[in-house]
Every structure is written in C-alpha cells, then in structure tokens.
Design a protein around this ligand. Sequence first.
Ligand SMILES: C[S@@+](CC[C@H](N)C(=O)[O-])C[C@H]1O[C@@H](n2cnc3c(N)ncnc32)[C@H](O)[C@@H]1O
Length: 267
Amino acid sequence: MGATMTFSETPAPDDVQPGTGAVPAAVNSGSAWERYWHQVDRGELAEPPWNAASEEAEVPYLAMMLGRLPADLPLVDMGCGDGRLTCRLARHFDRVTGLDVSASAIARARQATVPSNVDYDVLDLSDEAGAQRIALRLGEADVHLRGVLHAMPPHTWPAALRALAALAGRRGHVFDIEVRHDREHLGQGSRSRTLMARHGQAPDRVADVGRAGLSLQRIGDLAGLYRDAGWHVVESGEQVHSSDVRLPDGSVVDYPFQYVLARPPSD
Ligand SMILES: C[S@@+](CC[C@H](N)C(=O)[O-])C[C@H]1O[C@@H](n2cnc3c(N)ncnc32)[C@H](O)[C@@H]1O
C-alpha cells in the first residue's frame, strides 16, 4: 500500500527540531542546492529520494512523454541533478544535455558512466542570459524538467520560464512535471509531522532534503503558471507515481504530480 507524500512536506528549516542539523539558507537558492549536492556527494546525506533503482520507477511517464515530443530535436534535461534520470532519457533520445545549478551535482553526473550522446553543464534556470548562451550552442531543443520549478524560489519562476523559452526556441516544447500539493493529498497540517508521528520520522532520503535547508515550493496550477506567462499549453494533467522510498512499515511513498506540455510565447 502506498503513502502519498511530497518533498515539500520534508521539514523546512524552521520545522526541524534544534540539534538535527538544519542549515539556515536563503530558501532554495542555488547555493542551498549546491550545499545539498556537496553533502550527498560526501555521503553526509542519503541518496536523493527522486533517484530510483529502475527506469519504471524513475520515469513512469516516459511512454507518454515519448508520444508527445517529436524526436527531431535535442533534449535538455533541466535540473538534472546527478544525471540519473538524464541517462535514462538518453536511451530514447539522440542527444541529451543535462543542466543544473549545482556544480557538485554536475561533477557527480560527469563522474558516473556518461553515455556518448549525453553532456552536462552548469546553468541557473533563473539566468536567462546563460540559457541564451547554451541555446546558441545547442540550437532549439525540447526541454524536460521534473521537480525543478518547485525546487526554486517562486519569485524566480517568471525568469525561469523566460530561460526555458530561450532553450526551446521556436520549435521546441517544454515538458514540465512537478509534485502536486493540494489539500486532498496534504490533508490537514503538515504531512511530514503526521508521518513522523506515525513512524517516528520520515525516511532519511526524504528528511535529508529538509535537513539541508531546502523547503520545496507549492505550485498551485502548473498549466496556469505557463498560460499566464503567454505559453501555449498543448496538454496538461495529473498522475500519481510510486517511488522506491519506503516507510518503516514497508509501505511505498507515492508522489502526486501535475504535468504540462507547452510551447513558448511566439513573440
Ligand atoms: C527535486 S530535484 C529533481 C532532480 C531531477 N530533475 C529528477 O527529477 O530526478 C531538483 C533539482 O533542481 C536543481 N535546481 C534547483 N534550483 C535550480 C536552478 N535555479 N537552476 C537549475 N537547477 C536547479 C537542483 O539542484 C536539483 O538537482
């Protein structure tokens, strides 16, 4: 049986009990993510909860995505972290570039076995000029991003959408899939507190995201976010995915997602 939970329910810094290692940080800044990946790399934090052992668990929406993205453009995996998902996507696309704000995440991705059709670079998605520079090198691209906008401060989302538009150009599509945070799934109050009360604590892989000072942000209506910024929303919807994170009672942690397939504003 699955227990539904979202990353945002990991304890935010002010949720964490004194003495448990919370690091005060500007919320979800690039430097907070860099610190997180540096600690993961040193083995000081557990394996990220979004990394999964099998392709089926890691990217259950793959068939849907392949059916919607014409394969004639290179793919950008935005917010690729340590490249686990990027390499899985690369089995199905001719050319994939993984981009992430964290130099430690990119170094970790490069240290792993890198398929010949994959490369990586550091990019802060709120840096539109940086995205334009990468777009000049890659040409127009389709862009996949999972759990990245909700990992960024909300005030940076408009700049992020402009950077995504620069990467996609005139022909590219963006496929964005983000954790859904709604009352139905959250119930009353903090789910992490409920889980901790029931099980003593959230699984380390989930709790360590909060311990690193990251508090992932609520996106009410993902398709609306794109539409309000002038994007053409081709399709949007919701899904629930099982992860391979388990609670102490053996139940699998499920994540509710919302996704959008969209084309940038034409002007
Ligand atoms: C929740 S993780 C998801 C990782 C990966 N997309 C996946 O689903 O397996 C969020 C990722 O976004 C990256 N990230 C956060 N803020 C970013 C920014 N401003 N620009 C680029 N990447 C960012 C983080 O470093 C992290 O790797």
